[in-house]
Structures are given as structure tokens and as C-alpha cells.
Design a protein around this ligand. Sequence first.
Ligand code: SF4
Ligand SMILES: [Zn+2]
Ligand SMILES: [Zn+2]
Length: 308
Amino acid sequence: MKCTKCGGKAVISVLQHHLGLCKEHYLEWVPGQVARAIQKYRMFAKTDRILAAVSGGKDSLSLWDILHRLGYQVDGLYICLGIDGGVNYSNESQRLSQQFAAQHGLTLHVVDIPQVYGESIPQIASRTFRGRGAPCSVCGLAKRHEMNRLARDLGYDVLVTGHNLDDEAAVLFSNTLRWAGGFLARQGPVLEADQPGLARKAKPLCRMYERDMTAYALLRGIEYIYDECPYALGATSIYYKELLNKLESDQPGAKLNFYLSFLQAKEGGLFAPQADPDRAQMHPCPSCGQSTTAEGLCSFCRMMGGES
Ligand code: SF4
Ligand SMILES: [Zn+2]
Ligand SMILES: [Zn+2]
């Protein structure tokens, strides 16, 4: 196969776009696609201060690399969860995030959950109702809270995460199976800071396939953690990703279509903000100041106070 751009030897085929690309043009094409998404969804400008949540994985480190190459002012945030896996998952992912920052002369903020709160994510999970089974709901809640806290306290204009198209399509699939109006109304490339204490959020990789991001990280020579978090095994989101991959293998481009037509339908008025009744009832948490729908303290503050 030949590179569509230069006629040289292609190292990758981007099926959904009918492209074959050599290494050089692939490493140009991916940031170009990301730049287009940033523009199209008005995610942020060159003057904005951006905080990228990094986990040591291929998506978040590639996102940091791409935004830096595109000339954005972007610092990193690593949240240490205190999760032990076969290779000590948290230590290794932190080491790789710090290594990336040092190699590129970038600033990385580190929040160490066990140090700040005195307990690791699995320990918090083991004493709360939320943590029955895998600690993922505790983990998700803590990560969202801490990302928001840091972005707001350090004065960043926007928080970016490395969610790719496969992640977004799996969430969309799950929300659609339940016709979860509120979640569908909120899902999108940008979440505005429309409530007190909430940071603006954006997902610049939302149109990039996971396999394309893996290829980018490998061709760019980014060292990232290959192991999944030990708790990811058996997650429903992985099952949904497998189902969508089956569909994609029969119909290349199906995942992208699914997501983009959702965004179009949303723009056309389907899933209007009124579909999200929870949002209307939000108020600032009296302890941390972040917006919550819960009465009194937000779920995170209640969880850390030992309530379930
Ligand atoms: S899989 Fe691991 S990192 Fe992901 S939410 Fe669950 S506990 Fe947290
Ligand atoms: Zn080429
Ligand atoms: Zn709170």
C-alpha cells in the first residue's frame, strides 16, 4: 500500500477515511485531525491555559504531546490512585507521566490521593457502599473531583482528557440503551463550566479511533503503560467496546458515524438541556464549593467523611 499523500510506503491504513499513510504523514495527519476537532467544537484558544489529565496511558500522553506540538500552553495533572497491580500500576503510570514531562520540559502536577486523604482508592472503596464490587465508581468520583479542584484552584481555563472515539461511542451506547436523557444531554466534546465551582472540560481526541491513537503513540516513540488498571477487567464499558468493534469490522466507519450523527442530532435540538432536570437543581457543596445535585455535601465530601 502507498501513502496517499506522498506515494511512499504506507505504514498504516486509516480505513474509516480510506487513507494509507507513511510514518511522516501519519504523524502529521493525527495532530491535524485533533486541531480540526478543537476548532470545530470551539474547545479552546492559543491564549488559554490548559490542564491535561494524564494517566500514563497512550491516549492522555499522546494528547499532551499533540497539544504541545500544536503550540498550546498545556500542563499535565497526574492523580495517583494508590492502585497496586501486577507491576504496581500507580507507580509505573506515574513514572511514565513524569518521564514524559521531563523529556519535553513540561510541568506536571501530581495529586497523591493516599497522601492527601490518607487512603488509597481501593481502601476508600472497601469502606463505602459505592465500592461494593470494583472500586470504579469511587475512583471515577474521586478523579472527577480532584481534576476539577486542581483546574479551578490553579486557575486553568480548561481541563482536557484523553477520551477517544471508542470511549465516547461506548458511553453513548450505554446511555442510549438506557435512554438516559440527562447523560445524553451532557455528553459531548465540550462541557461548559455552567455551574459554580466546575471547570470547563474538553475532549480533543473524541473523533480519534483508539487504534489510531495506539499507532500514534508507537510511531511517535512515546513510552506508555501497556497494562490496564487491574480493576478494568470485566468492565461493562469493555464489553460495549467489543460489540462496537464487531460492528466496525463489518462496517468500517460505523463507530464514527454513530458518534457524529449523535452530535448532529443534538445540535438539531434532540436531547435539549431541559432533558437534564438534575442540572437545574445544582448548588455549591458547602464544604468544597463544587456543584452538586445532592442535598447538603457533595458525594465526594460525603464519601470522604465516611458516609456511604
Ligand atoms: S478501571 Fe481502575 S482506573 Fe479505571 S475507574 Fe476502575 S479503578 Fe479507576
Ligand atoms: Zn507520505
Ligand atoms: Zn464537596
